[in-house]
Write a protein that binds this ligand. Structure first.
Ligand code: F3S
Length: 418
């Protein structure tokens, strides 16, 4: 691999042991994947935040690196934690877990990483420019950066993203290269896909088929002919990408007429690219629904909810009294914006909670009283059982919130809705 003189100095320890270790991780990974050089990164999204996943071993690994002087060189943001960093008791999170979780976020913060604790960093200021190289971890964020923003990142792991942040570089392989951004599958969508949860169901179904390929969607309804996506379109693509990355390992997709490379880059798809046809979402929706009626919890905000999604929740639950718990998971910054508009108060008066910083999938849910869950996110529906031990219902935002109001998922709520 060709290294610049600065990179050689980093490798040789001239910038201290933390940078040396970071650079060696990046170069080693690049060697494994055949990279010829390193490229500077514009930003980093660091995963590996929940203490439930890290444990003491992970925390002490981070402390060691920080103790060696690790500091990030580029703007870097943090993935969700296993709880709301201020209001964890209301979630039923034990104090012991909370103190270890706080220690994790503190060590990341000491390295100069912004404690955003969100999987939608692009909604809170970490919005990479088209064509820029970034090193992001967290699969839904990676998908959004590559597909909707047109930035370039591989699916980094927590340590490799942190290493890239500390040396300011990543190895140029995979999705950093034009040739790997071409479609591997054409997906003809021949059924209506309008609501956000339908985008999520489509992503779940296609992800299972294409695994780690690059799907190119044709025929998505509501294709934007404008340069800028509406918030509703953006949020639908957020759910689509999250589901593709969960049931498969899709890091990049294109949507004809919608996503930036599909709109501007010629030759992304060839005539002989294999084709998948989707003419119904019913099997996907059915596969994501367990036969449960009583709902302990409804979760909206996977990936973390946008300002507009919180407003939609507030509009539906206004003046209601919820029978199930409701968590709307989001970033601290978006929660504060929603609070300024009075939407958080409306949701909380109905009995719900707008959870900042946290994610159900990485929270210690076994320590809470919740065993069943409804969500409009196919990613959450896919992971909640194996990762959090929860039985799941999946449907539209309206259906999930109606279920929260009644406390149960009744037969006449089953998807697809008329
Ligand atoms: Fe985000 Fe957690 Fe969903 S990290 S995408 S809220 S599983």
């Amino acid at each position: 691999m060709r290294l610049t003189s600065e990179e050689k100095d980093m490798m040789g320890g001239a910038y201290g042991p933390a940078v040396e270790r970071a650079c060696k991780i990046v170069v080693t990974l690049g060697g494994i994947y055949g990279a010829e050089r390193l490229v500077p990164v514009e930003s980093v999204q660091v995963a590996g935040v929940s203490y439930r996943n890290l444990g003491e071993a992970g925390l002490s690994f981070l402390k060691d690196w920080a103790g060696d002087g690790a500091r990030v060189r580029v703007p870097s943001t943090l993935n969700p934690a296993g709880m709301d960093m201020r209001d964890w008791r209301r979630m039923g999170i034990p104090d012991e877990f909370a103190s270890r979780q706080q220690a994790v976020v503190e060590v990341y913060t000491s390295m100069g990483i912004q404690p955003t604790c969100t999987c939608t960093p692009y909604l809170v200021g970490n919005t990479p420019s088209y064509g820029s190289h970034v090193a992001w971890s967290e699969s839904s964020a990676v998908s959004f950066a590559n597909s909707v923003l047109g930035a370039r990142t591989n699916r980094e792991g927590g340590p490799s993203a942190l290493a890239a942040a500390i040396c300011g570089r990543t190895a140029e392989y995979g999705f950093h290269l034009d040739r790997n951004r071409r479609a591997t599958h054409r997906v003809r969508v021949e059924c209506p896909v309008r609501q956000p949860f339908e985008y999520a169901a489509l992503g779940y179904w296609v992800g299972r088929e294409v695994r780690n390929g690059v799907p190119y969607f044709q025929g998505l309804q509501g294709a934007s002919s404008r340069d800028t996506l509406s918030p509703a379109e953006r949020d639908s693509l957020k759910l689509l990408g999250a589901a593709l990355a969960a049931s498969g390992a899709v890091a990049l997709y294109h949507a004809q007429g919608i996503t930036p490379e599909a709109r501007t880059v010629p030759g992304l798809i060839l005539d002989d690219t294999p084709t998948i046809t989707v003419n119904t979402l019913d099997p996907a929706i059915e596969a994501l629904n367990a036969p449960i009626d009583i709902l302990d919890l409804v979760v909206i905000g996977c990936p973390h909810a946008s300002f507009e999604e919180i407003r939609n929740v507030a509009d539906i639950v206004r003046s209601c009294q919820l029978q199930s718990a409701l968590w709307v998971t989001t970033s601290r910054a978006v929660r504060e914006q929603a609070e300024d508009m009075g939407w958080v108060q409306i949701i909380e008066e109905a009995g719900g909670q707008v959870v900042a910083d946290g994610c159900v999938v990485v929270a210690p849910m076994q320590s809470t009283r919740y065993r069943t869950l409804a969500t409009n996110s196919a990613k959450m529906a896919f992971y909640a059982q194996p990762h959090a031990g929860l039985q799941v219902r999946f449907g539209s935002l309206e259906t999930c919130l109606e279920a929260a109001i009644r406390g149960r998922w009744s037969k006449d709520q089953e998807e697809p809705m008329p």
